[in-house]
Design a protein around this ligand. Structure first.
Ligand code: SF4
Length: 773
């Protein structure tokens, strides 16, 4: 514990938040304030006419898909089909404010480094390509032709295609993702990291292995048919607010809801539906019938304890508890699992979860009393060291009573970014299957590279070794999204050329290689006109429904290119236009891209016809549709996973990173977090009051948060205000992305390589000249 890494300043340079206000957290979500908070910025920034056009097009069948989370749309849509956060995302993107040409001479890259994410985003939409030459501290405008020519030249100049990395953000639509991965492979590399690497990679891996598909096994309507919905490690009120309507409908139909989380998030407790009278003038709907305030990292122990109780109940009344027919026909591994759980140590479970046995008993009884059970989860389950094993335990529990492949039941990972799931379906994956590569080869007549490429963390490690020359990002804010901010930023600066395709400025435009390009692109809200006429794109939501998304308003400035145009023109610049792939044709008419997809990607046959249906189409899903499981055993695999509880050393806390309510991924819309009682600031750490007493700290005190990782210097997040908060005992929380600096690059989930952002061992050190506010 020697060298100190200064890092708070790296994401919010010089920002102390003198006006920070703290009040008690809310116990309900949405209601009238959400209407005000969603519409006020839209009307102020966009004006009434543009606001009306955008808000009545959002998530409609002939409109555009919300670019925020991946929550699905019901078949029957209301006139206004969006939430507060969706409205904010649209306002953020569709603002008429643009970055003027003079901005680049007035603001050096060094200046941009001192600005907060909020300030950068508030400068408006990017409208012209800019280039930062080597040795200069300024971007300067460049023509599109020169930008592509430079990019093509740099890519052709690499001595190996594997020295280039092509990152994708989850906003990227299906057609764009397909041509992008096609380009990367035609160029010669599988280096295709994406934002999945930081979020649901553990889900994809675990479910892919044990049920044969790394996706949800439910459809939208299953929520209203469920008897019991267990929500683990998820905060729907902030991260996918329209899920609250589905939960309310489920409750109306008699479902019970159980929330399992270290923090009692408002959206898990009570929902005031702003489209219903009782949501506006009444108390709204109580959502969670049971709340288990689990210790961070305790989910696997809880899931094993629940499965053990199910197996014990079966042993007590043989033939009456398990779904024997399903298990016999469709599963493997039950005997080994039963034997393994026989040795489960209840004391170890209680210590790992921080729960009482009676709470676990109650949830087990609910599970046993329910014929149709959905288990839903998000980052709270996927960003732990043992996430892959934990998710296999989710499936184990579901399988015991046949809760996969029947109405109202199944596994429901909720993806956080609108098309992150579709991007993976389209082949944005550094480890794509041989079958996918075979299909590419058959369709396009070239041999794609077969060795696996690099994910996000491996790309950073390669940059640290000087093995990456060109980093290309199709959207996103890579350096802010990834863990270990200092190390990640240092690695990025070692690249020769960094390229960002973006709608607005963010931190990743200031943390760059010796040369850098920013290529501005159309937003999802905007018309996309190509040579053959107006174009549309498509996305896949978190329950595997694919549908079209149509721009609804004119582009904010002339000359902006679509992401498809940027990718295809980059391909022509790097590879020429005489090869086997018709890049120009695909740019001119996206139907041509969809024709290729229909022959390469299973489930997309007749894509051009199906995507034009008003509700789109649902992708085939073996576990959901036919209880077929494309796994090693040909059956759903009940697996044995060793329980290795997370140890919390004396005087330390388990810290999780989380988003504020006014935030989407790394985009900060305001400094408020209404449900948690935080206003005008983000430098707070939420700590249980009993822990504060034990640690000799007080609410309001200023502390440094220090993360410890064996063999490495401590990481510091300085001068944070302690907020006494009803989080689980022994646990703490601080905002992402600022707290990323505390997550070591080496701390990654086993198998999925996802940063362990939900379980960072920290100590809190009082600031020497501590003032309390
Ligand atoms: S729930 Fe998600 S997809 Fe729907 S409007 Fe809100 S942010 Fe957008």
């Amino acid at each position: 514990m020697t060298k100190k890494t200064e890092s708070k300043e790296s994401l919010n340079p010089g920002h102390d938040y003198p006006d920070l206000e703290v009040s008690p957290p809310e116990d309900w979500a949405v209601g009238l304030p959400a209407i005000y908070h969603s519409m006020e910025p839209a009307i102020v920034q966009l004006g009434l006419t543009r606001t009306a056009k955008l808000m009545t097009s959002m998530n409609q069948k002939d409109g555009f898909d919300c670019m925020s989370c991946a929550w699905p749309d019901p078949d029957k849509r209301k006139a206004l089909e969006f939430c507060e956060n969706g409205a904010r995302a649209v306002t953020w993107e569709a603002t008429p404010v643009t970055v003027p040409t003079s901005f680049w001479a007035e603001n050096s890259v060094s200046d941009l480094l001192t600005k907060s994410e909020y300030w950068l985003g508030m400068q408006g939409r990017l409208t012209e390509p800019v280039y930062k030459p080597a040795g200069s501290d300024h971007y300067e405008p460049i023509s599109w032709d020169k930008a592509f020519s430079l990019l093509g030249e740099r890519l052709r100049g690499l001595d190996s295609p594997d020295k280039a990395v092509f990152y994708t953000s989850g906003r990227t639509a299906n057609e764009t993702a397909f041509v992008y991965q096609l380009f990367a492979r035609a160029y010669g590399t599988n280096n295709l990291p994406d934002c999945s690497n930081m979020c649901h990679e553990s889900t994809s891996l675990a479910l892919g292995e044990v049920i044969g598909i790394g996706k949800s096994t439910i459809a939208y309507d299953d929520f209203e048919r469920a008897d019991l919905i267990i929500i683990l490690g998820q905060n729907p009120g902030t991260n996918h607010p329209r899920m609250l309507t589905a939960l309310e409908d489920a409750k109306k139909n008699g479902a019970k809801i159980v929330a399992v989380n270290p923090l009692p998030e408002a959206g898990l407790m009570r929902y005031k539906n702003p489209q219903k009278v009782r949501g506006i003038v009444g108390r709204g709907t109580t959502l969670a019938d049971q709340f288990l305030q689990i210790r961070s990292g305790g989910d696997m122990a809880l899931l094993q304890a629940l499965s053990k109780r199910v197996l014990d109940a079966e042993a007590a009344n043989p033939g009456t508890v398990l779904d024997h027919d399903f298990l016999a026909k469709h599963s493997s591994g039950l005997a080994e699992f039963t034997a393994h759980l026989a040795g489960l140590d209840e004391a170890e479970v209680l210590a790992a979860t921080g729960l009482d046995a009676v709470e676990i008993d109650e949830l087990a009884e609910r599970y046993l009393a329910s014929d149709r059970v959905i288990i839903s989860w998000a980052m709270g389950l996927t960003q732990h060291r043992n996430s892959v094993a934990t998710l296999k335990e989710v499936i184990n529990l579901l399988l015991l009573r046949g809760n996969i492949g029947k109405p109202g039941a199944g596994a429901s990972p909720i993806r956080g970014h609108s098309n992150v799931q579709g991007d993976r379906t389209m082949g944005i994956w550094e480890q794509v299957t041989p079958a996918f590569l075979d299909a590419i080869e058959a369709e396009f007549g070239f041999s794609p590279p077969r060795p696996h490429g690099m994910d996000a963390l491996k790309s950073i490690a390669a940059m640290q070794k000087g093995e990456v020359s060109v980093f290309f990002a199709l959207g996103g804010n890579f350096v802010a999204a990834l863990s270990d901010t200092e190390a990640t930023e240092a690695a990025m600066r070692g690249c020769d050329l960094t390229v960002q395709v973006s709608t607005k400025l963010n931190r990743s435009h200031a943390v760059i290689g010796s040369e850098a390009l920013i290529l501005p692109t159309l937003g999802r809200t905007e018309f996309d006109l190509q040579k053959s006429g107006p174009q549309f794109l498509s996305v896949e939501d978190t329950v595997c429904a694919v549908h079209a998304t149509h721009g609804s308003v004119p582009p904010v400035a002339p000359g902006l290119l679509s992401e498809v145009s940027i990718v295809t023109r980059m391909a022509v610049a790097a590879l020429g236009d005489s090869g086997p792939i018709d890049w120009n044709g695909m740019e001119a008419d996206y139907d041509l891209i969809r024709e290729h997809i229909s022959r390469v990607v299973p489930g997309f046959e007749d894509f051009n016809e199906k995507v034009r249906r008003s509700s789109g189409f649902i992708l085939p899903n073996g576990p959901r549709d036919t209880r077929s499981f494309d796994t090693e055993t040909g059956k759903a695999m009940i697996t044995v996973n060793a329980l290795e509880p997370l140890e919390r050393p004396e005087g330390r806390l388990i810290l999780q990173t989380l988003r504020s309510h006014d935030q989407f991924n790394t985009t900060i819309y305001s400094l408020n977090d209404r449900y948690r009682g935080i206003k005008n600031g983000r430098d707070v750490v939420f700590v249980n009051s009993e822990d504060l007493t034990e640690l000799g700290l007080e609410d309001g005190q200023r502390v440094d948060i220090v993360s410890e990782w064996a063999g490495e210097p401590d990481r510091y997040l300085r001068n944070y205000r302690v907020v006494s908060y009803p989080t689980a005992k022994g646990c703490a929380a601080a905002y992402f992305p600022e707290a990323n600096v505390l997550v070591p690059l080496a701390s990654a989930a086993i198998g999925s390589n996802t940063p362990v952002s939900k379980a960072v061992i920290v100590r809190l050190e009082p600031v020497a000249s501590a003032s309390t506010r």
